[in-house]
Design a protein around this ligand. Sequence first.
Ligand SMILES: *[C@@H]1O[C@H](CO)[C@@H](O)[C@H](O)[C@H]1NC(C)=O
Ligand SMILES: *[C@@H]1O[C@H](CO)[C@@H](O)[C@H](O)[C@H]1NC(C)=O
Ligand SMILES: *[C@@H]1O[C@H](CO)[C@@H](O)[C@H](O)[C@H]1NC(C)=O
Ligand SMILES: *[C@@H]1O[C@H](CO)[C@@H](O)[C@H](O)[C@H]1NC(C)=O
Length: 670
Amino acid sequence: MVSKVLTVLAAIAVPVFGAPGQADPCVAVGGQKWVAPSALRACFQSIPVNATTKSNILEVVTKTLAFDTSINYQIRAPEPFTQDVHENVLADLARIGAQRYASEFDMHIDLSRSVKRLMDGHCVYINACYDSLFLTFLPLPLSVLTDARGQQAVHISPEAFSVASVEFADEISVWQNALPGALKGQLASLSAAKVIAINGADPWVAVNANAQIAGSFQALGTRQNGFFSSYARTDAGWVYSMGQFAQQSLPLNDQAILTVQRVNSTRIETFAIPYRSRIGAATVAFTDKASLIQKNCVATAGTNGVNANANDQPSSKVPGGRFAPIPLISPMQLKKQPISLSLNDAPQSDIVLPPVLQPPAPLAGTGVAQFYTLAGGKTGVLALGSFAEASFDVFETTLLTGLQTLKSSGATQLIVDVTNNGGGFICIAHWLHRIIAGPKSTTVPQAGLDTKARAGPLAQLIVQKIVEGADPNQNLLYNSANWAFANGTKFPPNIDWLQPPVNLTINGHQDSFSQRLGQECQPFDMTAPDEPLFDTSKVAIVSNGRCASSCSLFSITMAKEEGAKMIVFGGNKAVQQEYCGTVGGQSSDFSTMDTEVKTTGLKSNPLAPPDFLTNSVQGITWRLGFGIQNTQQPEEWQDHPADINFPLTADTVNNPLALWTAISKSVFGA
Ligand SMILES: *[C@@H]1O[C@H](CO)[C@@H](O)[C@H](O)[C@H]1NC(C)=O
Ligand SMILES: *[C@@H]1O[C@H](CO)[C@@H](O)[C@H](O)[C@H]1NC(C)=O
Ligand SMILES: *[C@@H]1O[C@H](CO)[C@@H](O)[C@H](O)[C@H]1NC(C)=O
Ligand SMILES: *[C@@H]1O[C@H](CO)[C@@H](O)[C@H](O)[C@H]1NC(C)=O
């Protein structure tokens, strides 16, 4: 095993191929599939801070955040999120600018975590030079399980070995051999073991430490849940998410020390197990530091925007590119359909959910939307892993005909499983709400949330240029043709819709926003039924809480307007679970804003972000939804409490059909 030999050399930091005295630690990881995290870290830490690159990154991020709706709110979020969200990101960017770092990697960690403290999955900074260049794994994903006596504890996931032995077939022997004493070669026997301690402390200490740096969701419970394994429905099939204990996007941990009690054993055993880093699917092969930087760390096509008038290739792309957890969407669809989705510095998992845990063949559905009925026939299930699909129109039809199929097969109650659904098309969220609930004041014409955009000085200039004729082909997001007055009437052509701005003082900071915007989805291009498809009091929306963006728009309107039951599974029973987070209203990114700037001829304006020199992404919340209960404040920081925190057991964890059946019995009585 050549790779094993080389990684051992790397781990003891012998410069195998580097010139004498000029050791390049990246040589030892170049060309390898699996490496020790310490070897990868040494490579990353050998890249010095380049003053030009550093100031470029900070300038692009700072100026891009002028388009983000939320950064002043996030300085101190209202209750119930005041404890969770209190980040002054512009102050942190200024601090980072003045701070010295031993390496660019150290600066990256500080910058990435500062932005993550916004707890906003739309507003994330990613640098593909480091984030997920390799993914760092343990073969021991964890779950929170409740036993027959109602006792809740952290366990190694029961399916841990069946997942790891398939996905990591080429590396499993390294872990088998790393286990000490009687455990050597016995990785399988650790599945389902109770975890007494992680690194010598109560497991929740590690869970909460991770929740402090994980970002993406306001609520503590939702960030805790990301530590644990889960499942997701993707376009390609049922996948397994390892959770943030067993899969990390940066090589920061070398090992975990676990204290466990194996199934049917009374013995308490403590062992160390190493993390191992596997090259990312999108990483371009490199041999040393110079080629790592050249092939993975500098801007690529798509990093920056284009002049949509000069460029005959389509200018729109999914915000965040490959870091957006959704299927490929054609540029034409994107131009027509606004998107709201969360970004993640790890790509969506393609680890297969073990076949024994996968639901049987569905009654209907394709891709991310699959329809089932449970035993007895009264409960229908829509498993919906995303609000995006390659074709908007096909997706609309799939959802309507699938729900009609459930109904005609006799289902009178409905479970919608949105586990790990990071959003997608905004108008699919509106469509699904409308067809389930039927036509009524809460669904026609507005089935989602009214919104506002930020009206900073550069945004105001962009709209002014568009009014003057800078966007004849209506390629731009800021074109009034895309948006509507609060009453839902479309803006007339060439209206300067950011004038006059709505001035507000938020957490002591002056800020400006657009007028209130109404819905842009209706009339839908397809006829919706005249009657509700389901009694919404018999609809349960189910997830691990990690439902974001368009998924939040759907869930919030179903909960607060239609009385659907909101169920989060697997959360710590002492912690209030939120049924969604990262609400936003519409997401976007630096590259899209750069296209707006370049197309309107404003690139040389001092407020305009320069091009990124690095292979970086900066996401933003571009529109922010108004609340349903407090209609004048953003929905983003209003409460979304789950009705039920449903316990997972060894039989239901990561087994969607068993879980739906248990939830249906508990919530609907059958
Ligand atoms: C620093 O980065 C700039 C821009 O990428 C590059 O032109 C320059 O050569 C770099 N300097 C060093 C010393 O590597
Ligand atoms: C634990 O013991 C039960 C009851 O004897 C048995 O059914 C089960 O297979 C055992 N599990 C393991 C992992 O040994
Ligand atoms: C909607 O509001 C706009 C702006 O106030 C107004 O001009 C328009 O007439 C209204 N449309 C309807 C149908 O009320
Ligand atoms: C809003 O603020 C801007 C700049 O601070 C100011 O020029 C403008 O007059 C204000 N508009 C209103 C309606 O108060």
